[in-house]
Design a binder for this molecule. Structure first.
Ligand code: 5GP
Ligand code: ZN
Length: 137
């Protein structure tokens, strides 16, 4: 399952060179060209799935296992103090490459990066309305 117009298909399958930190039959993990921090990596399935909703559950579970394994490796080898896992779905959520990828972002004390959001202040009623809409009840 490949998309000939997809750059991550080409990278994941080795047609375009990348700084690869891990590879097996189903995944390639590469260093991001525009890293948030030292070691920022992208976990790429070799098959093309546009986003989380297209991704088979088994592949999603494997990606999470890889994040755990490589996160531990970066803690040990790069001295990371923490991690962010980021996974964007849809243009409005910041997705720019439409081939599923999981960002593995090692964090270091005083690395100067900020990955977050401005917290809202919903009332209990608003939260209840949202809860009911999501749960369809
Ligand atoms: P998104 O915004 O879709 O969640 O993340 C796309 C990420 O892919 C960005 O962090 C960007 O720096 C990275 N990226 C885009 N093109 C390339 C590329 O050709 N090679 C590598 N290694 N990273 C890329
Ligand atoms: Zn692709």
């Amino acid at each position: 399952m490949r998309d000939d117009n997809c750059i991550f298909c080409k990278i994941a399958n080795g047609e375009i060179p990348s700084k690869t930190i891990y590879e097996d039959e189903r995944f390639r993990v590469i260093l991001d060209l525009g890293p948030a921090t030292k070691g920022h990596a992208l976990i790429l399935p070799k098959d093309h799935y546009a986003d989380l909703f297209a991704l088979p559950e088994e592949t999603a579970a494997e990606a999470m296992k890889l994040a755990k394994k490589l996160g531990a490796q970066m803690k040990e080898k790069l001295g990371a103090d923490g991690f962010n896992l980021v996974q964007n779905n849809g243009e409005c959520a910041g997705q720019t490459v439409f081939h599923f990828h999981l960002h593995l972002i090692p964090r270091f004390k005083e690395d100067g990066q900020k990955i977050g959001w401005k917290p809202g202040k919903p009332s209990q009623e608003e939260l209840e309305e949202i809860r009911a809409a999501i749960c369809d009840e």
